[in-house]
Design a protein around this ligand. Sequence first.
Ligand code: ZN
Length: 293
Amino acid sequence: MLLKIGVDIGGTEIKAGLITSQGKVLKKIVVLTEAEQGKAVVIENILKAISLIVKSKKFKKIPSIGVGCPGPLNPITGVVGDTPNLPLKGVNIKEIIKKRFKTKVVLNNDANCFILGESLFGAGKGCKNLVGLTLGSGVGGGIIINKELYYGKGNAGELGHMTIKLNGMIASCGNDGCIEEYVSRRGLMRLAESFGLRVEEPIEIYNLALKKNPSTIHLFKEMGIYLGIAVANLANAFDPDKIILGGGISGAWTFFAHSLKDEVKKRAINKANIVKGKLGKNAGIIGAAALIK
Ligand SMILES: [Zn+2]
């Protein structure tokens, strides 16, 4: 059985897993990122997570390592760009891991890993063309065409920066009205503020919605409408077999799915099949391991 190591570098935690070629997670380690401690600590934590996996079994040869990291990044050189939630700007994470573990290392952005994992082992299994959106700290995007990740000149799939509103909310990228500013963690918190809700974390909005709090029900409905505008554009542009949603915020699916689908129906010329990912919190490590062919 061919084993691989999948690593998912997030702003809050780093996950590493021992994964079979069938996408099964045999072992998983979670280490805190400690992003606020700076570059050196984050790199040490990434290496720590991987070495805990390496030490978990007696390997004749350390398995190849697939790494998913928030972009922008260069998958070929391995250098990470100016990622908002991680102090890894200019770090060649691929080389660092390769040097330490002396095995093959493949790097890609985390949203690409998400859609690759879902396409092989999750909600997109058997599909030819897919679009993935991860709703988390930001909004990531990944595109699968003919069962392969689509890169364009290198950076295709920056779907979170799709403009959905003229003169909209100022975005972290310098643009305004990016979909990311409406349906990410940050977006939800901004919506909460505009609804006069006093909450510290998106999970509180979700918990209030569970208790049928009318403002939060309305808030998720509005979030679904914004997301629907973006998804309708994606359906028209790609006409994919499925559009798969992932990331922490997609956990509120029951509260926004209805308005999302209504909005898409209203706007899209192509019929869209919108679903939630099936791999849950393991999508990142499974997808990262799947980078290794
Ligand atoms: Zn943007």
